[in-house]
Ligand binder design. Structure first.
Ligand SMILES: NC(=O)C1=CN([C@@H]2O[C@H](COP(=O)(O)OP(=O)(O)OC[C@H]3O[C@@H](n4cnc5c(N)ncnc54)[C@H](O)[C@@H]3O)[C@@H](O)[C@H]2O)C=CC1
Ligand SMILES: O=C(CO)COP(=O)(O)O
Length: 334
């Protein structure tokens, strides 16, 4: 590994990877490298400093070097930030290989890998062995962070000693970075909130009102916490930025792709048609299915997730709503 201590390589040229690279360049990073898959995209970025498909308003700062060479990207920095969607992270991590001593790798993806429901750091451990890794997650919409609007996020590290350089590279006037050690909770918060973002979009499309949405979010957070805790998360993590915070932003913002997808389904469009109409990822679709399976394997009740999955499979939203409202009454803590 060469390059300065406060150098970061961002892997992934989607909206979040672009945003994180730009953020690091505007914050404390001494060098920023962005790895993208396709040479045509890299070439376009180098020539115009803009991505041909995502965030047209974002101009990549001049200090961000763009490469498609994974070896070069890996060698340039002691901080690796993996912003590759959850179903594709494995492919990139296999090719990268384990980080050498002195390199800290962090995943910024919000999803669970199909078919086993692995968290991203579990995928990395499976491939790389017992190296310390981490997860970045929180209420952070790329379009807002890219525009320089203020936000807060959570960095969960298996080795909290790596927090210093990460906070210097990402933190600053635009982003407050909170340290966490509950990697499981932070990853599950970021992944499971997408199920509620889908549900909130469906509720908005049906004009169910603020009272219904408050109930959906609150009961959904309860449900999300039940599953996350059974998988090893700490309950207080789910009440923080990576849980509640991310539920709130994605349930209320039209910029959330999961909310948008839920809204379109709520209007009666079919899932295949909705997904075919975007080149962006909607992580909640895979996560809802795998979370439902993992919850049921543990004997947990997940009524909102069940109905979201049923709607993904074609159940009309009005019927799902009727079924949710007609459930046997239970004490609030259940
Ligand atoms: N966009 C946002 O506001 C935020 C996104 N995230 C997370 O960041 C991760 C990356 O998402 P975005 O940057 O938003 O993606 P995006 O939806 O903007 O773009 C899709 C990305 O998927 C990549 N891709 C498509 N097919 C691929 C393949 N076969 N192999 C490898 N990569 C492939 C594309 O190159 C592109 O980088 C996701 O897990 C997302 O949940 C986290 C926080 C905010
Ligand atoms: O995670 C996000 C904001 O915190 C982005 O959500 P979407 O993937 O739904 O756009």
């Amino acid at each position: 590994m060469s390059g300065p201590a406060k150098a970061v390589t961002v892997f992934g040229g989607g909206s979040w990877g672009l945003t994180l690279a730009a953020l690091a360049a505007r914050s404390g990073a001494e060098a920023v490298t962005l790895w993208v898959r396709r040479e045509a995209v890299a070439d376009h970025l180098r020539r115009t400093r803009r991505h041909p498909d995502f965030l047209p308003q974002l101009r990549l700062p001049a200090m961000v070097e763009v490469t498609t060479d994974l070896g070069v990207a890996a060698d340039r920095a002691p901080l690796w930030l993996l912003a590759v969607p959850s179903q594709y992270l494995r492919g990139v991590a296999v090719r990268l290989g384990p980080p050498p001593p002195g390199v800290s790798a962090v995943s910024a993806a919000k999803g669970l890998e199909q078919p086993r429901g692995l968290r991203m750091t579990e995928v990395l451990h499976e491939l790389w062995g017992p190296v310390a890794v981490g997860a970045l997650s929180g209420p952070n919409l790329a379009v807002e962070v890219a525009a320089g609007k203020p936000a807060a996020t959570v960095l969960a590290l298996e080795d909290p000693g790596a927090f210093g350089p990460w906070s210097q590279v990402l933190g600053g006037a635009n982003l407050r970075v909170y340290l966490q050690t509950d990697v499981v909770g932070v990853e599950l918060g970021g992944a499971l909130k997408n199920i509620l973002a889908l549900a909130a979009g469906m509720a908005d499309a049906q004009d169910l009102g603020a009272s219904a949405k408050a109930a959906l979010i609150t009961r959904g957070l309860h449900e999300m916490g039940r599953l996350a805790v059974s998988l090893g998360a700490r309950v207080d993590t789910l009440a923080g930025l990576a849980g509640l915070g991310d539920v709130v932003v994605t349930a209320f913002s039209v910029h959330s792709r999961n909310h948008w997808c839920g809204f379109e389904l709520g209007r009666g469009r079919r899932l295949t048609e909705v997904l075919a109409s975007t080149n962006m990822v909607v992580e909640g679709v895979e996560t809802a299915r795998v979370a439902q399976r993992m919850g049921h394997e543990r004997g947990l009740s997940l009524p909102i997730t069940d109905e979201v999955v049923a709607i993904l499979d074609g159940k009309p939203v009005q019927r799902a709503l009727r079924d949710l409202m007609a459930r046997t009454l239970v004490p609030e803590r259940d």
